[in-house]
Design a protein around this ligand. Structure first.
Ligand SMILES: NC(=O)c1ccc[n+]([C@@H]2O[C@H](COP(=O)([O-])OP(=O)(O)OC[C@H]3O[C@@H](n4cnc5c(N)ncnc54)[C@H](OP(=O)(O)O)[C@@H]3O)[C@@H](O)[C@H]2O)c1
Length: 301
C-alpha cells in the first residue's frame, strides 16, 4: 500500500547527515528523504538542515518546521526563502559534553604550558618551568549563560579554575570580563551583534600570554587583529571556527606557531541526539506548541 504520510527532508550529503537520516528513520514514524533523492516535495513538512540552499524551502509548500542539524541556526536564518514557520535547534548533553571537552582541552593545555613542554622535549631539555597557579587563571566565557557556555563554566569551576561569564543578560561588561583574563572562550551565536566582538581593543585587555579559544562561529574574533597579537608573541590561539571555512590554503593561521587549529569539530551532535530533538519538536508543532528548543528570530539565536 502506498505510504502517503507527511515526512522529513534532511539536507546535505555528508556522512553526518546520512547518519541523522538513519536515526530519524529508526527512531520516528515518519518517512525520511535525503535531499536529492526523489522526494515528493509537497509531502515534506519538516526540513532538517545546516545551511539550506536558496530556493529549497520555497519549493516545499507544506513546511511546518525547520530544524537545525546542530546548536547554531545562522545558516537557516540567512536563507532568503525562510518561511514563517517555527525553527528548532539541538540542545543536548551530546553537544554540551564534547564542547566542554574541547574547551577544557585547550584551557588545560594552556594552563599546563603544553606547547612549552613539547618544545623543551624536542630540544631534549629538562627544564622544570614553574607551574601556573590555576586559582590565578581567570577564564572569560563569552556566551556564559548559554546552553554550552554554561556547561563550560560549570566544568571550569569544578576544576577550581575561576570563570567569568559574559552575555546580554549577565549583568557584567565585556571589558571587566576580559580584563587580565588568561583565556577567553568565544562561544556566541553568529548574529550581527556578535560579529567582530573581539577586535584589537578587546584583545588588548587580555593578560599577556593569554589564549583565545574560538568555538562559536567565524567572524566573532577579528582575524587580522588576532594575527597581529600572535605575530607580536603576546597571545596564542586555539581556533575551531574561521571567517571563511574551510580555512583557505596558504592562510597565515594554518602554519602559525602560536595556533592550534581544528576544522570546526568542537561539538558535532550525535545523530540520535539530533533525531530526538527533531521528532519531539515535530510532535509539539503538530499540537500547536513551539519546538522543543525554539529559536527567536528577532534575537537571531
Ligand atoms: N564549533 C562547534 O563545533 C560548535 C558546536 C555547537 C555550537 N556552536 C556555536 O555555539 C553557539 C552557542 O550555542 P548555545 O547552544 O550555547 O547557544 P545559546 O544557548 O542560545 O546561548 C547563546 C549565548 O550567547 C549569548 N549572546 C547572544 N547574543 C549576544 C550578544 N549580542 N552579546 C552578548 N551575549 C550574547 C546569550 O546571552 P543571553 O543568555 O543573555 O541571551 C547566551 O549566553 C551556537 O550558536 C553555535 O554557533 C559551535
Amino acid at each position: 500500500m502506498a505510504d502517503d504520510r507527511n515526512g522529513i527532508m534532511v539536507m546535505g550529503h555528508s556522512e553526518e547527515i546520512r547518519r541523522i537520516a538513519v536515526s530519524l528513520r529508526e527512531m520516528g514514524p515518519h518517512p525520511v528523504w535525503l535531499h536529492g533523492e526523489d522526494a515528493p516535495h509537497e509531502r515534506v513538512n519538516c526540513l532538517v538542515a545546516f545551511r539550506p540552499p536558496a530556493g529549497l524551502m520555497a519549493s516545499l509548500p507544506n513546511l511546518t518546521l525547520v530544524h537545525a542539524t546542530g546548536a547554531g541556526v545562522d545558516g537557516i536564518l540567512m536563507a532568503p526563502d525562510l518561511p514563517e514557520v517555527p525553527i528548532g535547534r539541538v540542545v543536548a548533553d551530546e553537544v554540551a559534553k564534547p564542547m566542554t571537552h574541547h574547551v577544557l582541552h585547550a584551557v588545560l593545555r594552556h594552563l599546563r604550558q603544553g606547547e612549552a613542554f613539547a618544545a623543551l622535549q624536542k630540544a631534549g631539555s629538562w627544564n622544570r618551568l614553574l607551574t601556573r597557579d590555576f586559582a590565578q587563571f581567570p577564564v572569560a566565557v563569552l556566551g556564559g549563560t548559554g546552553a554550552l557556555g554554561g556547561a563550560v563554566i560549570q566544568a571550569l569551576e569544578f576544576l577550581g579554575i575561576p570563570a567569568r561569564g559574559w552575555s546580554r543578560s549577565s549583568g557584567t561588561t565585556l571589558e571587566e570580563t576580559l580584563a587580565g583574563a588568561m583565556a577567553v572562550v568565544v562561544l556566541l551565536p553568529a548574529t550581527p551583534a556578535t560579529r567582530g566582538v573581539l577586535g584589537a581593543r578587546e584583545l588588548a585587555l587580555l593578560a599577556d600570554d593569554a589564549a583565545v579559544i574560538a568555538v562559536g562561529r567565524g567572524g566573532q574574533v577579528e582575524e587580522a587583529a588576532l594575527l597581529a597579537e600572535l605575530d607580536a608573541g603576546r597571545l596564542s590561539a586555539y581556533l575551531d571556527v574561521f571567517e571563511k571555512e574551510p580555512l583557505p590554503a596558504g592562510h597565515p593561521l594554518w602554519q602559525h606557531p602560536r595556533v592550534i587549529l581544528t576544522p570546526h569539530i568542537a561539538a558535532a551532535p550525535s545523530a540520535p541526539a539530533v533525531a530526538r530533538c527533531v521528532l519531539e519538536s515535530m510532535e509539539r508543532v503538530a499540537r500547536g506548541e513551539p519546538p522543543l528548543f525554539p529559536v527567536d528570530r528577532a534575537r537571531g539565536y
